[in-house]
Design a protein. Sequence first.
Length: 294
Amino acid sequence: MRLIVGAQTSNIESIEKFARWLLDIGEGNVGSENDGEALIEIPDDLAITDTDDPIQILIDFVYPSILENYKNPGFFSARAILAPKNEVVNEINDRLLSLFPGEEKEYLSSDSICQTEEVLDSFQQDLYSTDNLNALKIAGLPNHRLVLKVGVPVMLLRNIDQQNGLCNGTRLQITFLGKRVIEAEVISGGNIGTRVYIPRISMIPSDKKIPFQFQRRKFPLSVCFAMTINKSQGQSLSRVGLYLKDPVFSHGQLYVALSRVKTREGVKILAFDADGKPSKQTSNVVYKEIFGNL
């Protein structure tokens, strides 16, 4: 449905062929027998195989002439680099942020143990010191240090004002960096073009692996040149670069990433082998038992 809506009649045949390939990826019918994890071949027209600087080729595909175009309305709204893991996403975001023009502004969080926790003894107080809390990196929570520039795309990490479209996953573009508030323009969802103000808020992570509760007071934003595949669910994009420094690791991830685009020409895949060289093979994770009772 995403592919066909608004498509030209002359392109319907190629679009349907791409759609069938996407469905076969999702159902685990591409490559070897797949009921778990299997290797699949990346088509020649989708794979990036250059060995000199393949990451820059991926960036140039998704964000062509970024320094000339970043002020154009809508440039970032339909483009994204996707990766399975937060570490890789942060690597790409840091690389693009360093290339971006303008002055950096650094924001640091205020972290503390929740008052609902029992009184800590001296050993626990050292263990849960401010420095240790600052060092924690948790999915769904902004890192202690956030560096931004005017014009940079960001993603909202909490529901702030759902009626006005300020929800977890909303993408924005920075227009002003203040001390206590950040001004941004909405570039995704139903309120594109709206100017909004993002305050600091206190966030408590829901990760059950952490044996104590702490809160992080911070702007609920992360740089969003790249995002995780899971965060991209539900979005329709015109350009997607899939960066598989590490292969996908959960059911349907590869299908979700590839099905974000509206055309086959809108996606490129950069995968690496065990030696760290660009490869035309990657993993697809599909557990067919999930489809058993559909």
